[in-house]
Design a protein. Structure first.
Length: 267
């Protein structure tokens, strides 16, 4: 289904008029393709060709969507919002909070567009129960004291009938949870608005942003297995630092911090 840019802009304007973010920079320009390899590639190439901060690259279908560790990310036609947003950061502290901004913004957008309340699994998976509703893949680039991010997001609106059984067991969608599915335009308007609000918050109130993110992590207090580049480690997820690191009380009694890894809940 073609993207209705006029509808998107009207929805975005309505939220701007009613909300706290009066100057919406993120989402000012949308580049849409019916089919693409990945919106991340589109974003990287688009910025290299001159696209400005706040540009969003959207597709009706991705043929080679990727998640963490290069895994395939199912992004079937007209079943979700597949987008990459490019924007500049004002300071380096914001670079430490990109994950928090992204996770909270996606969660906020889903709630705004559909009413569905989702959870966050450290660091930035969006879940309903134990099933994944949305994936986030930030590509942060730092040069000296200048930082930019290409923020890939995939939010499942509907569950395609062709979804493999093994994926169906671990994934869900807004419609699959019994909520009215928003249009791509509505969900994108909610996402760009929410990203703007959370991005501004990371500059004006970073401690509050961290507090909201940490309070909504379902990982904390759970027994987990954390897969890292150096192998797996098990223990209790105790807390997170204000820079986003996970503090794990490992089975041998030590207290370790991790900045990256994949969480598997085991208790």
């Amino acid at each position: 289904m073609p993207f209705d840019e006029q509808n998107y802009r009207q929805l975005r304007q309505n939220m701007q008029n009613a909300g706290v973010a009066r100057d919406l920079l993120i989402g000012h320009t949308v580049f849409y393709k019916e089919t693409t390899e990945t919106t991340m590639i589109d974003s990287l190439e688009g910025v290299a060709a001159g696209a400005s901060s706040g540009s969003v690259f959207v597709a009706g279908q991705q043929l080679a969507g990727r998640g963490r560790k290069g895994r395939s990310f199912v992004s079937a036609p007209d079943s979700g919002l597949w987008a990459t947003t490019y924007y500049e950061l004002e300071n380096m502290k914001q670079a430490n909070q990109v994950t928090m901004v992204a996770a909270l913004a996606v969660r906020d957008a889903v709630k705004l567009a559909s009413g569905l309340q989702a959870d966050i699994k450290w660091p930035n998976d969006i879940l309903v129960g134990s099933k994944k509703l949305a994936g986030i893949l930030p590509d942060l680039k730092v040069t000296g004291d200048h930082a930019t991010v290409h923020l890939g997001t995939g939010i499942n609106i509907r569950t395609p009938g062709t979804l493999p059984a093994d994926v169906r067991d671990i994934a869900t969608s807004i419609h699959g949870e019994g909520y009215s599915p928003p249009s791509t335009e509505e969900l994108l308007a909610c996402l760009t608005y929410s990203l703007e609000v959370r991005h501004v918050q990371s500059s004006s109130a970073p401690d509050q942003l961290w507090e909201e993110w940490s309070e909504n992590l379902v990982t904390i207090g759970r027994r987990i297995r954390l897969s890292t580049p150096n192998g797996d480690v098990t223990g209790i997820a105790e807390t997170v630092t204000n820079s986003g690191e996970l503090i794990l009380r490992t089975d041998d009694g030590s207290r370790e911090s991790y900045s990256a890894g994949e969480v598997h809940t085991i208790g």
